[in-house]
Design a protein around this ligand. Structure first.
Ligand SMILES: [Mn+2]
Length: 402
C-alpha cells in the first residue's frame, strides 16, 4: 500500500431537487416560486462548478439529492448531466430518507431505461445497499470510501454506528452517513423520536475515519474531537427554501493532508439568502417606521438578491396599516413578505374598575417578587388577566425555557 497523499474534496447534500416550495413562510408569488424552484434545481450544477474551481478531486453527497419519489424526470436528468460533467473525477452518493434507493426509484437503472433517460454516469458511485459498503477511491489506492443507503422514507431507529463499520486500513478513509447527530442544535433539529438513524459525536470519533460526510440536517455543523480537530460535518442545504433554511448557504471544501487533522473551508453555495427579520415598530409613524425597518434589514445583513420576511411587532394605533408603509421596500430585494403582528395599545383602566384593581394588585405582587421567574410570571399573568377582564382574546405565550 502506498502512503497517504493530501486529498481535497467538496461536500454538499440535502439539495432537495424538485421541491414544491409551497410552504416556507415566504408567501412567494407563483412567478417567484417558479424562479426559486429553478435555483433549487441548479444545486448540482453549482456544486460541480464549485468543486471544479476549488480543485476538488471528488464530490461527496451524503443524501437527500431530490425531495420526493415523484419529482419530474427533467430534474433528475439535470442532476445526471451535472455529475457527468465532473468526470473523470468521482462522485460518491449515499441516498437519504427523501431520495431513498428503493426499487423503481431514480437510483434504479431499470427505471431510467424504462423512461428512456440517460443512465447514471460512470463516474458516480451510489451506495445502494442499506449495509455498510466499502469501495476503493477511483485512481487512488490510499483512499477508501464507505457508505450506505436508505431504502425507504421510514424513520430508522437503529443506530448506524453501533457498531460502526470497520475502519479501512488505507491512510484515508471517508464515511458517508445520512442521519441525525444527537448533539445537532440547528433550527431544524428534531425532538426525540423524530430522529432518524441517530448517532453521537462520540460514535463518530470512535469510528476512527479520516472524515465523516454527514447529511440530513440543513445547517452547516462541524463535529470536532476533544482538541478541536474536525472529524466530519453537515454542509447543510445549498439553497434556502424557506424561513427554516435562513442565512448564508455553503459548500464544504475539505482537505485531508498526508499527516494531521482535516481542514474545512466554506464556499458560498448561493447568491441569495432567506432572511427572517422581526422589527418592533411601537408607536412609530410612517417616516420613522420605514427608517426603523431599513435599519433592521441592514443589521440583519439583508442584500439585494435576498428573499426576506419582515414581521412587524409592538403597538400601533387602532386602524394603522404599518405593512402598507413598509411594502415599497420590496423594490430593494428579490422578494419581500411583510407580516403585521402589531396590536393597538391597551387603554389604561380606571382605578375603580375590576381590571384596574387587578392590575394594581399584580403590580404590587411583582414589586415584591423575590426573583426573575416570579416577576416574569407576574408580567404574563398581568397581560393575560387584563386581556380576559377587558374581553380581548387571551393568547397564552409560548412555553419559556428557564
Ligand atoms: Mn434533507
Amino acid at each position: 500500500m502506498s502512503s497517504g497523499r493530501s486529498l481535497t474534496f467538496l461536500q454538499s447534500s440535502d439539495w432537495h431537487l424538485g421541491s414544491a416550495l409551497t410552504g416556507g413562510g415566504l408567501s412567494l408569488t407563483p412567478e417567484a416560486r417558479a424562479a426559486r424552484r429553478d435555483e433549487v434545481d441548479a444545486a448540482a450544477e453549482r456544486a460541480v462548478a464549485a468543486a471544479t474551481s476549488c480543485g476538488a478531486e471528488a464530490l461527496l453527497v451524503p443524501g437527500d439529492l431530490w425531495d420526493a419519489e415523484n419529482v419530474p424526470a427533467a430534474t433528475i436528468h439535470r442532476l445526471l448531466e451535472a455529475f457527468a460533467s465532473f468526470a473523470p473525477r468521482p462522485v460518491y452518493v449515499a441516498p437519504g430518507n427523501h431520495d431513498f434507493a428503493g426499487p423503481g426509484g431514480y437510483y434504479d437503472p431499470a427505471l431510467l431505461a424504462a423512461l428512456g433517460m440517460r443512465p447514471w454516469p460512470k463516474n458516480v458511485v451510489v451506495f445502494r445497499s442499506p449495509e455498510w459498503t466499502a469501495v476503493p477511491f477511483a485512481e487512488r489506492d490510499d483512499i477508501t470510501v464507505v457508505g450506505r443507503a436508505f431504502l425507504s422514507p421510514a424513520m430508522v431507529v437503529e443506530r448506524p454506528l453501533a457498531p460502526a463499520p470497520p475502519r479501512p486500513s488505507t491512510p484515508h478513509a471517508l464515511l458517508l452517513l445520512h442521519g441525525s447527530l444527537e448533539s445537532y442544535t440547528g433550527p431544524d433539529s428534531p425532538r426525540g423520536p423524530k430522529r432518524t438513524a441517530p448517532f453521537s459525536a462520540r460514535e463518530i470519533a470512535d469510528a476512527g475515519f479520516s472524515w465523516a460526510a454527514l447529511g440530513h440536517h440543513h445547517h452547516v455543523h462541524v463535529v470536532s474531537d476533544e482538541p478541536g480537530h474536525p472529524l466530519g460535518a453537515y454542509a447543510g442545504c445549498p439553497t434556502g427554501r424557506g424561513l427554516d433554511e435562513a442565512g448564508p448557504r455553503v459548500f464544504l471544501k475539505v482537505t485531508l493532508p498526508a499527516e494531521g487533522p482535516a481542514r474545512v473551508e466554506t464556499i458560498p453555495a448561493d447568491t441569495r439568502a432567506v432572511r427572517d427579520v422581526v422589527v418592533d415598530v411601537s408607536e412609530l409613524e410612517a417616516g420613522p417606521l420605514v427608517e426603523r425597518v431599513e435599519a433592521a434589514l441592514a443589521e440583519a445583513g439583508v442584500e439585494a438578491p435576498d428573499l426576506v420576511r419582515v414581521t412587524l411587532t409592538g403597538t400601533q394605533a387602532f386602524g394603522a396599516r404599518p405593512a402598507d408603509v413598509v411594502r415599497p421596500l420590496a423594490a430593494r430585494v428579490k422578494h419581500l413578505a411583510v407580516r403585521d403582528q402589531t396590536e393597538p395599545p391597551a387603554p389604561e383602566p380606571g382605578p375603580r374598575s375590576a381590571e384596574g384593581r387587578f392590575a394594581s394588585d399584580l403590580l404590587a405582587y411583582r414589586a415584591a417578587a423575590p426573583d426573575d421567574v416570579r416577576r416574569r410570571v407576574a408580567d404574563v399573568a398581568l397581560r393575560l388577566g387584563r386581556d380576559a377582564l377587558a374581553g380581548r382574546p387571551v393568547r397564552p405565550p409560548e412555553a419559556e425555557d428557564r
